[in-house]
Ligand binder design. Sequence first.
Ligand code: NAP
Length: 517
Amino acid sequence: MTYLAVPIAAENLEQAKEFVKTALAAGAGMLELRTDYLENLSVPMVGKLIADTKTAAGRKLPVIVTCRDKQQGGAKSHPLKLRIDVLAGALKAGAEYIDFEYDNFAAMENQEKIRVALSQSGKGRIILSAHNFQTRFENIARLYRRIQTAHPAAIPKLVYTANHINDCFDAFDLLHVTSGERIIFCMGQAGLISRVLAKKFDAFLTFASIDEKTATAPGQLTIEQLRRRYRYDSINLETQLYGIIGSPVGHSLGPIVHNACFGDAGADKLYLPLLVDGGGPEFEKFMGNILARKWLGFRGFSVTIPHKENALEFIRQKQGFVEPLAKKIGAVNTIVITADGLLKAYNTDYAGALDAIASTLGSKAGLKDMPAAVIGAGGVARAIVAVVCDAGAKVTIYNRTAKKGEKLAAEFSCCAAPLDELRNLEAKLLINCTSVGMYPDMNASPIPKQYIKKGMVVFDTVYNPPETLLLKQAKDAGAKTISGMEMFINQACGQFKLFTGQNGTPKVMGEAMKSAL
Ligand code: NAP
């Protein structure tokens, strides 16, 4: 059982009541009363806070009382003596748990006071915590043992900042080799997955905030995100893991659509955002970390900017299977790890784009000899150029970095031109494969509106927002439009099939996407 613990970081008792009410309504399974946030902190005030909280809960709801040292992330500089008195008072007032810093517990006089308070309370327990806000612990396993030795009945809590997703594996390894009540996770955006996976490892708790404003640590998710987006309630030891590897990935709708479909299909699967900063070496290290730990349960990945080509290279190196289409495109957007550990790589962008274009034109045959302009020469452009060239369109690639456009054009035996040549545009099909116009720069368009003509088909691969400025301008000019959302749902359905063997449900994906956007 992993508690979903919500920190209550209120400055006064009135505010605390509000926060507690909201946390309970959102499904908190445990509350952490962060008394270090309270103004004019006193022992009786904490007693009242605990009593109010228990009354508001109206059910058995465990409470942790924390009065964090400023040096370990506390909100205010309360004197150590007051902080210990608060914890002792909290035990007397019925708190099930107190959280005290292991470093301070190590000092004999502090330890004595805490031990006396614990023995007088009878049922109260202690969480002994260690935090590193900068980086990984030098030796997390040794620190864990030291905490256990200092007070075997304590629940060890080890929390550190992951500066890269690869830093999370120290936490996972420790969770894997230990059992019972322990709290181990990483802070920061790169540590996000460790907060979700705490449940898969049967950790004692994971924290989630009421909303983004009340988060008490970097990278903390909200209860809503954890429960809705990351299927928290259904995670268990056997849950198979998937995710989108990219940088950035925070904006990706992959977790929203795939988790919605996993939920709809009743699959014991979870899809995570996997922020892999850096290039090929970091990608390789990440995949190496995953493959060395079969017990993590990762079974597949979507791959996005900037790793689609790194993924192809990696699977080739590992002598995995690469579908011919992905080889031809030169980019992989899907990796599957089979039950016996084999790696398989695919590209579902191709079929996703083709279906989106064909459904607007009536058929793929409509592309034959059609003059087509592709703006951009990155990962998504590769798949799009392959689609339109294969279908016999007369393709010109326009790219900001002209050399890159020329290189892609040479690979697919089509033409390339610099961006300013768009003023002579004669194409019937125009496809934006750049990120121009994507959230948050939604007032940008990759092409001046006067170049868009009536009767053109304009396809924007950008899907956030679903209707970009380019698509609005195209509609105004009397052109037909294709939204990136259509391609996104098509390619995600292709991935879902590879991940589960079942067809994805475009309706479920579309609804999840629309409500997220
Ligand atoms: P990428 O590999 O990083 O390529 C980005 C492309 O955009 C490059 O050609 C780049 O030109 C160009 N570019 C970036 N900023 C520009 C600017 N300010 N002006 C002109 N050109 C600019 O990215 P990608 O993976 O191809 O993704 C591109 C877009 O496709 C993303 O925004 C994403 O929303 C969309 N996408 C959609 C789907 C879908 O299913 N609908 C799937 C994947 C991606 P340089 O070569 O000069 O840098």
